[in-house]
Design a protein around this ligand. Structure first.
Ligand SMILES: N[C@H](CCC[C@H](N)C(=O)O)C(=O)O
Length: 275
């Protein structure tokens, strides 16, 4: 059997997207790894399957798999891509869809950009989760290679945000994996290094759980802005400047995190063999 897919990206964080709302599709971890492989497969950071949803008002369920095959609860850049696809399909300018972390609401913004309400920031240690009670504003138990005390926050997936003076000086290739797998993160973690440029702009680089260094991370940008506001470093709305481009993130007073940025379709294709 073969399946059509769309190759999409948000600021270079790229996805293979399959619409399985009419024909169920639950690939194994090995299948996802093979598709995500940039040498022998299509190549992507995350593999997205759109499934039927029985949640009232939801147009579908977005299943998120990392390149290592694991299923995760949030993927901001892919959420903008799926939101755009669903709005193109309905002709509307807002849409709701389900993820493992809850309902997301997407809407059209200016210049072809998409805004997704990524839901609340989860701030308690047990929600990240961490291995034990800790002050998530500065997790002293997490230290490696001279970096210590990140802010821990969940956007439906775990993040550890380190604030540094110069992100480009951080040897992310060398230390990302050790931090992702730090024992204080029982479900591993996405690792962000952030440099405050002004009260309304942050430069950030990311090592993603299950994917490594990516060009951009939407949920990581949300986590970074929440962390910066909690530390008193930025206003509630700021631009996060990533290797692949810029996202605008607002953490509202009623604890919703709104992410705005572009989406792009790279190409379409067909997957075959064992699908
Ligand atoms: N690139 C995604 C994040 C994927 C998170 C995934 N790496 C995880 O394990 O949680 C984003 O734009 O939010």
């Amino acid at each position: 059997m073969t399946r059509e897919f769309l190759k999409m990206h948000g600021l270079g964080n790229d996805f293979v997207v399959i619409d399985a709302r009419n024909t169920p599709y639950q690939p194994s971890e090995a299948e996802v790894r093979a598709i995500a492989n940039r040498r022998t497969g299509v190549g992507c950071d995350q593999f997205i399957v759109l499934e039927p949803s029985d949640a009232p008002g939801a147009s579908g369920f977005m299943r998120i798999r990392n390149a290592d095959g694991g299923e995760v609860g949030a993927c901001g850049n892919a959420s903008r891509c799926v939101g755009w696809l669903l709005m193109e399909e309905s002709g509307g300018d807002r849409v709701t869809f389900q993820t493992a972390a809850g309902l997301l609401h997407a809407s059209r913004a200016d210049n072809g950009r998409i805004t997704v309400d990524m839901g609340p920031a989860r701030l308690d240690w047990s929600e990240v989760p961490l291995a034990g009670p800790a002050d998530t504003l500065r997790v002293e138990a997490v230290a490696h290679a001279g970096y210590a005390g990140p802010v821990a926050v969940s956007m439906g997936n775990p993040h550890a945000v380190f604030f540094v003076d110069d992100v480009d000086a951080v040897p992310l290739d060398d230390i990302g994996a050790a931090l992702e797998h730090h024992p204080f993160f029982p479900e591993r973690a996405n690792i962000e290094f952030a440099q405050i440029l002004s009260p309304t702009s942050i430069r950030m680089r990311v090592w993603e759980r299950g994917a490594g260094i990516t060009q951009a991370c939407g949920s990581g940008s949300c986590a970074t802005q929440v962390a910066a506001v909690r530390r008193g470093l930025t206003e509630r709305k700021a631009d996060v400047i990533l290797d692949g481009g810029t996202l605008t993130i607002e953490w509202t007073e009623d604890n919703r995190v709104l992410m705005t940025g572009p989406v792009a379709v790279s190409f379409s294709g067909r997957l075959s063999a064992g699908l």
